[in-house]
Design a protein around this ligand. Structure first.
Ligand SMILES: NC(=O)c1ccc[n+]([C@@H]2O[C@H](COP(=O)([O-])OP(=O)(O)OC[C@H]3O[C@@H](n4cnc5c(N)ncnc54)[C@H](OP(=O)(O)O)[C@@H]3O)[C@@H](O)[C@H]2O)c1
Length: 230
């Protein structure tokens, strides 16, 4: 994909990874619409791009934001999904409310956005979605967070099969722990001490190059302590 001039919606652009991906894409000449749940935090990203507000708990709004972005841009070439939440603690202690929040924000909302994006990509283009290493390595102490990301990743794999002929590239990004403060903003529980597997800059470069190169997966090999993918 030619990034120069590409029409891109970055959902979750107020987050650390979303903002950095948006900045890098704009640096490569992409035309952006930013989306997030707080207009002032989107403004603080400091990019000259239209901003749309949505809450991932409102699934209808998630789909509407994609349509509004495509209308603003005169079409859509790339959807980046970079929003999400974490929660920690023993599986049996996670209540239904927190579990529902995780599954809605991390699984159903990205699915709603991608479903809305596929027809707007017109058989071409890319959806790049941040799931997590947890999809490959389910982890105790974060069972519901794991389930939300594993569900999202499995859905993306199935979608990729469906889209093989249609032509939309489905890029599942499964990063290791990265120091962004996400764990400190957990909706429940306290994160265990975790070693960062990568930096924000490393991940952003791989995501942006991956979109350009039509990559389908970015995984992290814990033994090699390195990214792999195809
Ligand atoms: N950092 C890591 O170690 C790591 C590892 C693997 C995967 N990931 C994934 O990467 C993504 C980005 O994480 P990050 O590290 O950049 O964390 P972050 O800085 O906390 O960003 C999270 C983003 O999600 C948004 N968000 C949260 N709840 C929302 C809601 N209900 N509606 C709309 N937006 C909502 C936040 O909006 P506000 O700005 O309004 O809060 C923010 O833009 C997440 O999906 C995360 O699971 C991160």
């Amino acid at each position: 994909m030619e990034l120069d001039g590409a029409r891109v919606l970055v959902a979750g652009a107020s987050g650390v990874l979303g903002a950095a991906i948006a900045q890098a894409l704009q640096g490569r000449g992409a035309r952006l619409v930013l989306a997030g749940r707080d207009a002032s935090r989107l403004d603080a990203v400091g990019l000259d791009a239209p901003a749309l507000v949505f809450d991932a708990l409102d699934l209808e709004r998630c789909a509407a934001v994609v349509d509004e972005a495509a209308d603003l841009l005169g079409g859509l070439d790339v959807l980046v999904v970079a929003f999400g939440i974490a929660a920690f603690g023993p599986a049996e202690q996670a209540g239904d409310l927190v579990t529902e929040q995780l599954l809605t924000v991390n699984t159903m909302a990205p699915m709603a956005m991608v479903r809305a994006a596929v027809p707007r990509l017109e058989g071409d283009g890319t959806v790049a979605v941040l799931s997590a290493i947890l999809a490959d390595h389910p982890t105790g102490g974060m069972a519901a967070y794991t389930a939300s990301k594993a569900g999202l990743s499995a859905w993306l794999t199935a979608l990729r099969q469906e889209q093989r002929r249609a032509g939309v590239t489905v890029f599942d990004v499964r990063p290791p722990h990265i120091e962004t403060g996400l764990a400190d903003r957990a909706v429940e529980g306290t994160a265990p001490s975790m070693t960062a597997g990568a930096t924000v800059d490393e991940l952003v470069a791989l995501v942006v190059d991956g979109i350009r190169d039509g990559r389908r997966e970015l995984r992290y090999d814990l033994r090699e302590r390195a990214f792999t993918g195809r």
